[in-house]
Design a protein around this ligand. Structure first.
Ligand code: SR1
Ligand code: MG
Length: 422
């Protein structure tokens, strides 16, 4: 049967037929339904009772194709089952930062969920130069809790393997394998280059062997290092914020992969916000510098906060069980040495993934608004070149950048050098 997106009245009738949702929303005749999806994959509806606007939900439905491209790019609708399962799992681990699922329908490939009506997409807030005082604290907690509790550091090995076997969506993993790790490093027809981006910048992606090998290493890690249940697409469009609260949404790409992929996605997007500030921060005669420093400080706080909380969960778990992951005595110096080694490797992975994620947003098909909304083609290309330069250094130097402060210095160097040469 051909997929048809819901009409407003059909969706109102459908929601009226689900007791729990009807209790939440009230009379279907009073519902206002607006399709608001601006993501790449799905349809998203805000459903609000016009007589009591606090009564509202979000409905998300997966069409059998990639929305960004249309019916020529078919996709299985079962991705909604994966997303619902991931939301429930992350919600159980970290309820304060994950929206509630009220209802899921595997036959219609949809879910009904909490409407975060006083929150906005973080990417948009960053473009407007808004600071969020609790964001780093919240996101570092979310990362520590979801990444630790899904891993073999916490779960019994048989439970983890059982969970893994049902939680991988090969189709969406392939999108990432192609769009993040492969196509940006070749002249693929799906790539989209901004008009003034110098050819030399593209050539570099295809001919710098150190960079290509680093990207291939990250692709290998993505495909093979099933460390924990990841969100799988943790960019700033997958986060909703206000002054007091932070929620992580849209885990449709969730799968068992390397921890650094989620942390790296977040850092990549903070760095894209950093470099694009040279445009957004100058709008209306502003000075981008202070907000750029805020973004770098958030990057440091997120990594340091994550690493401190992750290690605390790990130590606490091992002191309760009395069985260190490394085996043997819990008092051995090797226990702490192994943890430090683990975190160094995780930072290197994080930076390598951040580099790949930045590159794909500059040359790949799925872009980010902070770059595409720069109307001046020359300035946009200059910003893109800086982001590519930073991304390349993150990838190639990822094992030498042993401290998140090194990343701050790198980003500042790239930005200030480029501006000094203008
Ligand atoms: C082809 S789908 C493009 C992108 O949208 C999602 O947000 C993921 O990042 C995916 O790679
Ligand atoms: Mg998404």
């Amino acid at each position: 049967m051909e997929f048809e997106a819901f009409t407003a009245s059909a969706l109102a009738d459908y929601l009226g037929g689900i007791a729990e949702v009807r209790d939440r929303l009230g009379d279907p005749a009073d519902l206002e339904i607006v399709e608001v999806g601006d993501g790449n994959l799905n349809f998203v509806y805000f459903v609000t009772n016009t007589k009591a606007r606090e009564r509202s939900v979000v409905v998300k439905q997966a069409p059998p194709f990639l929305r960004l491209v249309g019916k020529n790019w078919p996709l299985s609708c079962q991705r909604m089952d994966h997303e619902v399962a991931a939301l429930r799992r992350f919600g159980a681990l970290c309820p304060q930062h994950v929206p509630q699922v009220y209802h899921a329908d595997g036959k219609r490939f949809l879910m009904v969920m909490q409407h975060l009506s006083s929150h906005r997409i973080l990417r948009h807030g960053l473009m407007d130069g808004v600071t969020y005082p609790l964001m780093a604290e919240h996101l570092s907690t979310y990362l520590a809790q979801t990444l630790f509790f899904g891993s073999d550091l916490y779960l019994a090995p048989d439970i983890k393997k059982q969970a893994m076997s049902g939680a991988v969506n090969a189709e969406l993993c392939k999108i990432t394998e192609d769009l993040v790790f492969t196509f940006p490093f070749e002249d693929h027809p799906s790539n989209v280059y901004s008009p003034a981006l110098p050819k030399s910048a593209l050539e570099r992606l295809r001919t710098n062997d150190a960079l290509r090998m680093a990207a291939a290493d990250m692709k290998w890690a993505f495909m093979n290092h099933a460390e924990t249940l990841l969100h799988g697409d943790l960019h700033t469009g997958s986060i909703m914020v206000n002054e007091r609260e932070t929620y992580v949404i849209d885990p449709e790409f969730a799968f068992y992969g390397p921890m650094g992929f989620d942390i790296g996605a977040l850092i990549a997007n903070l760095l894209l916000a950093y470099f694009s500030r040279d445009y957004h921060g100058r709008l209306n005669g502003g000075d981008p510098a202070a907000y750029q420093e805020w973004l770098l400080d958030q990057t440091v706080r997120i990594w340091n906060g994550f690493s401190g909380k992750f290690l605390a969960l790990w130590r606490d778990h091992e002191s309760r069980s009395g069985r260190p992951f490394i085996g043997g005595s819990a008092d051995s110096r090797a226990v702490d040495a192994y943890r430090a080694h683990f975190m160094r490797r995780l930072l290197a992975d994080t930076l390598g993934f951040a580099g790949c994620k930045m590159i794909r947003r500059i040359v790949g098909m799925a872009k980010v608004a902070e770059i595409t909304r720069i109307p001046d083609a020359e300035l946009r290309a200059q910003i893109e070149v800086r982001a590519l330069r930073c991304a390349e250094a993150l990838l190639v130097q990822r094992t030498a950048l042993t401290d998140i402060e090194h990343v701050v210095l790198l980003a500042r160097d790239v930005e200030h050098d480029a501006i000094a040469q203008r």
